[in-house]
Design a protein around this ligand. Sequence first.
Ligand SMILES: Nc1nc2c([nH]c(=O)n2[C@H]2C[C@H](O)[C@@H](COP(=O)(O)OP(=O)(O)OP(=O)(O)O)O2)c(=O)[nH]1
Length: 194
Amino acid sequence: MNADVSGQGACALPPPVTPPARSVTSGAVAAPASNEPEPVAQPVARPAAGPDPAPGRGRLVVAVALLDERRRVLAARRREPPAYAGMWEFPGGKVEPGETELDALVRECREELDVEIEVGPVLGEVELARPGWVLRVWFGRITGRVPRMVDHDELRWLSVAELYDVRWMPADGPLVDRLHQVLAGSDTVGWPAG
Ligand SMILES: Nc1nc2c([nH]c(=O)n2[C@H]2C[C@H](O)[C@@H](COP(=O)(O)OP(=O)(O)OP(=O)(O)O)O2)c(=O)[nH]1
């Protein structure tokens, strides 16, 4: 793990929000200028995950762009399944039956990073390669403990200039683009401040 993953952020967050019904932002924003190859949404091998508990009805995956007081985002490198190993993601996971989205987000951060979080506005959502699966990502910040690697094999706090330095999960491209717009201050979203 990188030594610098404390992330005890001082970002002021608005109260937790209820996510919009369905606002797929995939591909809805312009890509920022970058010398790095842009992550492009493309078909990916289906991961060797467990069975979908609601076959044919899709699945919601929730994740969080955790920001620190320097407006860096915490990226986590997957170590499994093999098709995704080495790719970077926003911490999170599948919403379990009977669980609210935000409860799932808090649980996943405890399980994957051993941290407590505060959840802010929705960053956006994209459709995943698996039919009916959606990834919804919020802004958030760490309110308790220091991230440690439980599920991942590397954690990095990425500045806006470093956002494209890692190979994100293919579906995450539009979300990373939108995050870049927000952090670079060229987006109209009024959060995070500063
Ligand atoms: N957490 C997260 N998942 C992502 C991102 N991008 C992306 O395509 N995914 C996909 C990969 C997986 O198909 C799915 C999340 O599955 P997962 O295996 O991480 O979920 P989980 O933590 O509930 O895992 P498990 O308990 O079932 O093992 O969403 C991302 O940025 N963050």
